[in-house]
Design a protein around this ligand. Structure first.
Ligand code: FPP
Length: 252
C-alpha cells in the first residue's frame, strides 16, 4: 500500500490516501509531560483529556470510522489511590461536561472493559452515555476503561463455556464475537505515544494483524499533525496478513 497524496494545491498538508477504518491509541506520557514542565501529574492528565478533543475532531476530518482509546487499564488500579481517583473523576467529568457536545458531533460512545469494580455512580454514567449516543454514526469511540486484553479473553472463554458451545464450533469468528469490541472490525492501526514500545495488555486478541506506530511524542502533544504523520506512515506499510508480497500484488 503506497500513498499517492490527494488534495494537490491545498495549503493543508497531505491527507493520507488510505485511511484506516479503525485506529486504537495507547495515550501514554501524561505524567512525563507534566514532570518535564514541573507540573503535577494531574495536570498532564488534564492536558491529555484536552488533547482528546483535538484527536476526536481530527479523526472525523480524516474519515476514521472507529477510535479506541486506552483510558484506564485493569493494571492502573495499582497506581496511588489519589491518582486512581483523578483518572476516575476525569471520565466522570468528560461525561458530565462533554456528553452533549459529543452527541451533537455524532460520536457514538461505547465502553469496553468491565463495569464491575467501578463506582456505581460512574457505572451508571457510562451506561447512560453509551445509551444516549448509541444511534450516532459519525465516529464510534470505544473507551477502554477498566480494560485488560487478557481479562477480556478469559471472560470470553468463560462465557463460551457457560453458553455450552461445543468445542467443534469454536473458531476465530466465534471468539471475536465474544469480545467487547464485537461486532466492530479489528483495529488497522495501533498508536502508542511517549516512546514506550509495548502493547501493555491492549486489544490482545484484536491487534494480531494491526500495524503499530510508536512515537516519542507525549500524549498531550499528540495533535492532529502527529496523527497525520501516523496515517502517512500507515500508508507506507504493506499489510500481508501472512501472505507474500507477490500474493498481495496479484490480489490487487
Ligand atoms: C498515561 O499517562 C495515560 C493514562 C493512564 C490515561 C489517562 C488518559 C487521559 C487523561 C485521556 C482522557 C481520558 C478519558 C477517561 C476519556 P501516564 O500517566 O502513564 O504517563 P507516564 O507514563 O508519563 O507516567
Amino acid at each position: 500500500m503506497v500513498a499517492t497524496l490527494r488534495n494537490n494545491g491545498n495549503p493543508e498538508p497531505p491527507i493520507p490516501e488510505v485511511v484506516p477504518r479503525h485506529v486504537a491509541i495507547i495515550m501514554d506520557g501524561n505524567g512525563r509531560w507534566a514532570k518535564a514542565r514541573g507540573l503535577p501529574r494531574t495536570e498532564g492528565h488534564r492536558q491529555g483529556t484536552e488533547n482528546l478533543r483535538n484527536i476526536l475532531k481530527a479523526c472525523v476530518e480524516f474519515g476514521i470510522e472507529i477510535l479506541t482509546i486506552y483510558a484506564f487499564s485493569t493494571e492502573n488500579w495499582k497506581r496511588p489511590r489519589a491518582e486512581v481517583r483523578v483518572l476516575m473523576s476525569i471520565l466522570e467529568m468528560v461525561i458530565d461536561r462533554e456528553l452533549k457536545e459529543l452527541h451533537e458531533s455524532g460520536v457514538q460512545i461505547r465502553h469496553i472493559g468491565e463495569l464491575e469494580g467501578i463506582a456505581p455512580v460512574l457505572q451508571r454514567k457510562i451506561q447512560y452515555a453509551c445509551d444516549y449516543t448509541k444511534d450516532n454514526d459519525k465516529l464510534i469511540l470505544n473507551v477502554a476503561f477498566n480494560y485488560g486484553g487478557r481479562d477480556e479473553i478469559i471472560r470470553a472463554v468463560q462465557q463460551i463455556v457457560a453458553d455450552g458451545i461445543p468445542s467443534t464450533e469454536i473458531d476465530e469468528d466465534l471468539i471475536s464475537s465474544y469480545m467487547y469490541t464485537s461486532p466492530l472490525p479489528d483495529p488497522d492501526l495501533v498508536i502508542r505515544t511517549s516512546g514506550e514500545v509495548r502493547s501493555s495488555n491492549f486489544l490482545v486478541w484484536q491487534s494480531t494483524y494491526s500495524e503499530y506506530y510508536f512515537t516519542p511524542v507525549y500524549w498531550p502533544d499528540f495533535g492532529k499533525e502527529e496523527l497525520r504523520k501516523a496515517l502517512l506512515e500507515y500508508n507506507r506499510r504493506t499489510r500481508r496478513f501472512g501472505q507474500t508480497d507477490e500474493q498481495i500484488n496479484d490480489n490487487s
